[in-house]
Design a protein around this ligand. Sequence first.
Ligand code: HEC
Ligand code: HEC
Length: 483
Amino acid sequence: MSRLRARARIGACAVLCLLGACAADESDAAPDAAAIEDDASTPDDAGADAALPDLPPDFTERELADLATLRYDDGPPPVDPSNRVVDDPAARSFGQRLFFDGSLSGPLIEADNDGGPATLGHVGEAGRVSCAGCHVPASGFVDTRSPHKQISLASQWTSRRTPTLLEVAFAPLFNWDGRRDALWNQAIGVMESAAEFNSGRLFVALQIYRLHKAEYEAVFGALPALDDAERFPQLAPDEAGCIEKATSSGPELVCRGKPGDGADYDGMDAEAQDAVTTVTVNVAKAMAAYVTQLRCGESRFDAWLDGDQEALSASEQRGAQLFVARGQCASCHSGPNLTDGKFHNVGLSPAQVAVAFIDHDDRGAAEGLAAALEDPLSTNGAHSDGDREQLPAAVTAEHEGAFRTPTLRCMNARPSFMHTGQLRTASQVVSFFNRGGDPPGNYPGVNELMPLDLSERDRADLVAFMAALEGDGPDASLRTAPP
Ligand code: HEC
Ligand code: HEC
């Protein structure tokens, strides 16, 4: 594999290693900083652990009550008033088809796209990126495909790790930083991101007209005459999205077909703009109707909560106890999906990922929520069918450097952890929490964690417990494009 370069999204403050400053990572198997840093316990610690019998713990009433609050909820997710087609079977099936369809995406920008199996195609090629390219259905809808399996490479490198879509319909706000307040406006963000689809709402609407007219109209009614070149500039796939232009101050993106492009979209009259946005919003609502069905399912832990004593080993039961008691994990990883859905600063000092990318001052929710509050496509806007009322009134100090607590359901397929993807194993994550996060100085905001003083066996027990949160995942019929 050739040496990879990575680039931050425009506007992100990322540090690119200067040529020669970072060791070239020639294979995914090469040890990385995080793997080496995984803590070795003291001999005393290990000796004391080894002497302990491998027995299940005695639970207090309180611990059992706390654990019961983590029982999987197999009922439907909360109603989404912003999406009128969320329960419509035809919309769900249409959205599922589009989830696996690359034809809404523009050209690949990043030169690391060399056509190899870890990439989605060759730089310059259009039509290569689908949602499933990063949210890989066979891997619990996380990205096990991109080079290095940390951040994702589609048109460009993303600046954060791809989260799972399992159970996502239960999240109050979306993305690691709360940047979107509905599953459908999140999908539009993907289409208009130069790093992901590198497309835009005009091109998406045109492609729906060209390729999916009948299926769209069966759900949403007649499409406008999007083949009318007078009103709707006819972008070809290789004209969609952005291209990189060299300028004296570095590469700059020049884009077509989305608001603020100063080009094809901005040049349309207000009515044509609204018609295009309406089609793209509808398409995104169909995608959201599909995504809403993606569930992890009940795990061995839930069978144990229901009374099957054999469902968890002694170590997994000790891990369950630690999770709600001494480990204090359930203070944030609470409720049926083991997440409070809120934003927390856990003091993660970003490390280099995917060879050359370090996002040193990712402000997380402080920036994401501010953007969501300004988003014309938020659920209190004209294109929403109702307000989800999840956005805070304002951004506050505790959002600084804070990221949404991830679900721990169906965690086993994740190839890396945290919003950066810098930790490679669950055991490294537990060691991170055990030391109370990283010392201040290298991340924005104030770390909420305290060191835990867990023994080596405690840490192994927590890892074992989290591995027992695996469910069957969505039905096979939801893991491929519909027939
Ligand atoms: C380039 C890889 C990539 C592609 C392609 C992609 N995603 Fe994502 N997705 C991500 C990343 C990375 C994030 C997290 C972004 C962040 O927090 O800044 C994300 C976040 C999400 C979320 C929010 C998850 C959560 O826990 O809040 C949803 C929903 C989602 N994507 C759906 C989609 C859909 C639908 C598509 C296709 C239209 C899609 N994604 C295509 C990488 C991708
Ligand atoms: C203060 C709230 C808080 C506490 C306490 C907490 N977590 Fe987390 N956890 C988070 C947040 C927030 C993240 C994501 C942080 C990031 O990406 O920057 C996270 C990430 C994780 C991840 C990585 C998941 C993924 O997909 O990347 C695991 C595993 C995890 N926590 C397990 C634990 C365990 C085990 C404990 C107890 C020892 C614990 N957490 C305590 C909030 C918390």
